[in-house]
Ligand binder design. Structure first.
Ligand code: AMP
Length: 542
């Protein structure tokens, strides 16, 4: 209708264009592999990203193509986020902590023609490249020429140096415009079936999610904030922070691979971070370091934690250090934020102990998405803070299905089953109580119990095996393996553990192996993991 508001597509490139024009000097700070600090700003990032579009075109990338990154958080990774999505291609961030088998599976499933890689992950690419024959065309190392290692790649896969390509590329004069429902980014998540599943984000979903994250009752960044994006850019787009920070004009601080507590604290203090975001494992490590050294935070006032439950006791400990902790909940499938723990009038006045209980919950739903807790019959359970239900969500930034898995379709109006179980209280705060999945989450990374069981069963003396999660102070959860011997055998627990070496990444090897006569089975023949958990693992919550 005439006179109606303008229709402008919600494109990711518009975020960096805004940041370059209105917050051009806001800093982007990265720690390189050698520990050095590099400073740039949004104006420079936007210009280089336009140049990078020229590089991508020269390497044959077209609208809709998938391009992979295997990289930690840095200014160069940020440039890739904007250039790949901004030209209409799809930025497929791959988690370098996965096995080479899974990385090869993802790159093949996504049909990634190019991989951009940090120098430290070049050996990973060398291992997967031979499995991507006919698909992978080039590997670009994110470094200066002098820091670019020689790459041992199969014929047909060209090695390149990022800075050399950029220096030679023409600058694209402006960002292309296209439909906001174009695919922009893709992350794979470990599913219960054992193989990673692709989640495809659109420009529209990424921009709307980033706007929501900047609500006052969400992370709510301001131009005077300095946010440390500790959560990796290969995990749900670092919760959207690479979009959220430039949208607000906030300074963006990225630790690269230096995630150990001493380095992290040094970075937060030296770079005057006001806000930081990551998984509980990082915050547990940091508080242990502060206890040991007596050091303190100089400027940090808030941390945002998600990906696993944040222990209640630690919320109080951080508060005593002048740092408030906000819990957020979501999944790769939901971009990820669905709930954020910010007070309501009814919860703001609670006494100290009740307030801690409240803050330990995963939070309440933000505008743009919704949650329901259902019983086994699919009926919504009451919001009484007691009745658990299977949690489902839907909204502008929730997946309608997994990439190229139409059988998982819930549609755009459908409720996406999260696999989490929780209660919702009278005020709408969600609290996770369990999860239906049998996956194990250690240090923010999923470990597939099925994968561990498959390996264990390969042991010549093992007949049956089950892996379950046990609570762990440092890592959140660690895998415990329970095995039944083959008839006439008596496997040694240590020998079974050693069997995993070289068959799975070292951090996913079970900490303990228990040998038992029999595993409990349900009616359909499945191992009853709930029983095993009750027997061998302490309940995850007091
Ligand atoms: P991912 O897709 O790897 O981000 O994992 C999502 C899963 O992590 C969710 O389904 C939950 O089981 C768990 N999770 C995420 N946030 C929280 C939280 N704040 N508290 C407890 N578990 C969480």
């Amino acid at each position: 209708m005439e006179g109606l508001m303008q229709r402008r597509e919600l494109l990711i490139s518009s975020i960096i264009v805004h940041a370059a024009r209105h917050h051009g000097e806001a800093e982007v700070i990265s720690r390189r592999e050698d520990g050095s600090i590099v400073r740039t700003d949004y104006r420079t990032i936007e210009r280089r990203a336009r140049r990078l579009v020229g590089v991508l075109r020269a390497l044959g990338v077209k609208y809709g193509d998938r391009v992979a990154t295997l990289a930690m958080n840095s200014d160069r990774h940020l440039e890739l986020y904007y250039a790949i999505s901004g030209m209409g291609a799809v930025c497929n961030t791959i988690n370098p902590r996965l096995s080479t088998d899974d990385i090869a599976y993802i790159a093949a499933h996504a049909e990634d023609g190019l991989i951009f890689v940090d120098p430290c992950f070049v050996p990973l690419v060398e291992a997967v490249a031979p499995k991507l024959a006919g698909l992978l065309r080039a590997v670009v190392v994110l470094a200066e020429p002098a820091e670019t290692p020689a790459c041992d790649l199969p014929p047909g896969v060209a090695p390149h140096c990022y800075e050399t390509l950029l220096a030679a590329a023409p600058e694209e004069p402006e960002w292309p415009t296209f439909d906001e429902n174009t695919a922009a980014a893709m992350c794979y998540t470990s599913g219960t079936t054992g193989r990673p599943k692709g989640v495809l984000y659109s420009h529209r979903s990424a921009v709307l999610h980033a706007m929501m994250v900047n609500f006052a009752d969400s992370i709510g960044l301001r131009a005077i904030d300095r946010i440390a994006a500790v959560v990796p850019m290969f995990h749900v787009n670092a919760w959207g922070l690479p979009y959220v920070a430039p949208m607000a004009g906030a300074t963006l601080i990225m630790p690269g691979r230096h995630l150990d507590p001493a380095n992290l604290l040094g970075l937060l203090n030296a770079e005057r971070a006001t806000v930081a975001a990551s998984v509980p494992t990082i915050w547990l490590g940091l508080i242990a370091h502060l206890r040991e050294t007596g050091e303190s935070f100089r400027t940090l006032t808030r941390i945002v934690s998600g990906g696993a439950a944040f222990p209640r006791a630690l919320i109080g400990e951080y508060a005593r250090l002048g740092v408030s902790v906000s819990h957020a909940w979501g999944m790769t499938e939901s971009s990820p934020i669905v709930t954020f723990n910010a007070p309501k009038p009814a919860t703001a006045q609670l006494d100290a102990e009740a307030l801690l209980d409240q803050q330990a919950k995963q939070g309440r739903v933000v505008y743009g998405v919704d949650v329901r807790a259902e019983n086994e019959q699919g009926a919504e359970v009451p919001w009484d803070g007691r009745t658990p239900g299977n949690l489902l969500f839907r909204g502008h930034w929730v997946a309608s299905s997994y990439y190229r898995q139409p059988e998982t379709q819930v549609g755009v109006q459908g409720w996406f089953p999260t696999g989490d179980v929780g209660v919702i209280d009278e005020q709408g705060f969600v609290e996770l109580t369990d999860r239906t999945k049998d996956l194990i989450k250690s240090g923010g990374e999923w470990i597939s119990s099925i994968a561990l069981e498959n390996i264990a069963i390969g042991h010549p003396e093992v007949a049956e095996a089950a892996a379950i999660a046990t609570p762990d102070e440092k890592w959140g959860e660690r895998p415990l393996l329970i095995v039944v011997p083959r008839s006439g055998c008596a496997p040694e627990p240590d020998d079974v553990r050693k069997f995993f070496e070289g068959r799975t990444p070292s951090w996913s090897i079970p900490d303990r192996v228990i040998v038992t006569e029999e595993l409990p089975h349900g009616a359909t023949g499945k191992v009853l993991k709930s029983k095993l958990r009750a027997l061998y693992a302490n309940p995850p919550k007091p």
